[in-house]
Ligand binder design. Structure first.
Ligand code: TYM
Length: 330
């Protein structure tokens, strides 16, 4: 069957963007495809996290994978650093990735601005490592959010370059979302995408307790409401409706749409509705993850078994790669 690969960096807690951009698709895809889902701990090293915290975050992300519905009998779950074939492929692909194109990557340019004191080579070649994650399994589909689109484009470039130079090994991987368009979950402060860090009230984490979720939603940016019937919504109001589309009943959304168009909408009520729907959505996942996290031994076994299964496929790829490159000298 067709192969799927995706993963999440274990940098802090997972948030709604990670869930709706990525995890929700993983859970559906495991029923249909040959799926590999991993935890990108090596990518996290580019920003120099405390490696003791990294271990905790790897266990936490694994717990959320399982709590969201990933089933180790239906998909392969592993930790990136447990699959050394990825880093071998990364080395070869680095010879096919040019400094100029790497410097043009949006995520790299953002990181330079945020942390000019830490512009390391791993950061520059971040897309090459990501391409290796994908190509090591010869993946066809990669469920990701909109922010990863450019990395997928680069993965195709590197894969095609390899195929062209050494012979056909890699299929062309496509970014994937069941809603067709790649998703961008907005930040609650009305600016940009939801992401780890930044403004503490702008991001809803899957680990947030019910009251914190309510508090964050109620703080989301609004204004005093429309003054003209059927007027255009400001971006931050569009964002609130977009969030409702993720967790609320369509009939509730229709009602607030109509209220907006009639200028009778009360944003306090709108946000209360969103807050309650969000709580109803998140709390069971959070509680399940908490319970799963308790059994560290079970989690480590799942990742170990997963790494063994991942290695079987990865080693096949590497044999094809070494063969194609002519690196089997004797
Ligand atoms: P990361 O850890 O930043 O995010 C994990 C996944 O969550 C998605 N995502 C979002 N989707 C919609 N709206 C948002 N606001 C939002 N924020 C995050 C991301 O698109 C991603 O799918 N480089 C990757 C990790 C990675 C990877 C890979 C992914 C490494 N190798 C190979 C796929 C395949 C990253 O930093 O994702």
């Amino acid at each position: 069957g067709e192969i799927v690969l995706s993963g999440v960096r274990p940098t802090g807690q997972l948030h709604l963007g990670n869930y709706f951009g990525a995890l929700r698709n993983y859970v559906k895809m495991q029923e249909e495809y040959n799926c590999y889902f991993f935890i990108a701990d090596l990518h996290s090293l580019t920003t120099h996290p405390d490696t003791r915290e990294l271990r905790e975050h790897i266990l936490s992300v694994t717990s959320y994978y399982l709590a969201s519905g990933l089933d180790p009998d239906k998909c392969v779950l592993y930790c990136q650093s447990d699959l050394p074939q990825t880093t071998e492929l990364y080395l070869y692909l680095n010879m096919l990735a040019y400094k100029g194109e790497l410097e043009k990557t949006t995520t790299f340019k953002d990181k330079i601005k945020q942390h000019p004191e830490n512009v390391n080579a791993g950061l520059l070649t971040y897309p090459v490592l990501m391409a290796s994650d994908i190509l090591i399994h010869r993946a066809h589909y990669v469920p990701v959010g909109k922010d990863q689109e450019q990395h997928l484009e680069m993965t195709r470039t590197f894969g095609n370059r390899f195929n062209h130079r050494y012979g056909e090994v890699f299929p062309e991987p496509k970014a994937f979302n069941y809603g067709a368009q790649l998703l961008k979950v907005p930040s609650l402060d009305g600016a940009g995408k939801m992401s780890k860090s930044e403004n503490q009230y702008a991001t809803i984490y899957l680990s947030d307790d019910d009251d914190l979720i309510r508090k964050k939603v109620m703080k989301a940016k609004t204004d005093s409401g429309p003054t003209e019937p059927n007027s255009e919504k400001p971006d931050y109001i569009v964002n609130i409706f977009d969030m409702m589309k993720l967790v609320s009943d369509p009939s509730a959304i229709e009602k607030y749409e109509a209220d907006f168009n009639a200028c009778t909408i009360r944003y306090g009520d709108l946000k209360k509705q969103l807050a309650e729907d969000m709580v109803r959505f998140i709390s069971p996942i959070r509680e399940k993850a908490k319970a799963i996290r308790e059994d560290e031994r079970a989690l480590s076994i799942i990742l170990k078994v997963g790494a063994q299964k991942a290695a079987e496929n990865a080693e096949k790829t590497m044999q094809m790669v070494r063969q194609a490159m002519g690196l089997k000298y004797f």
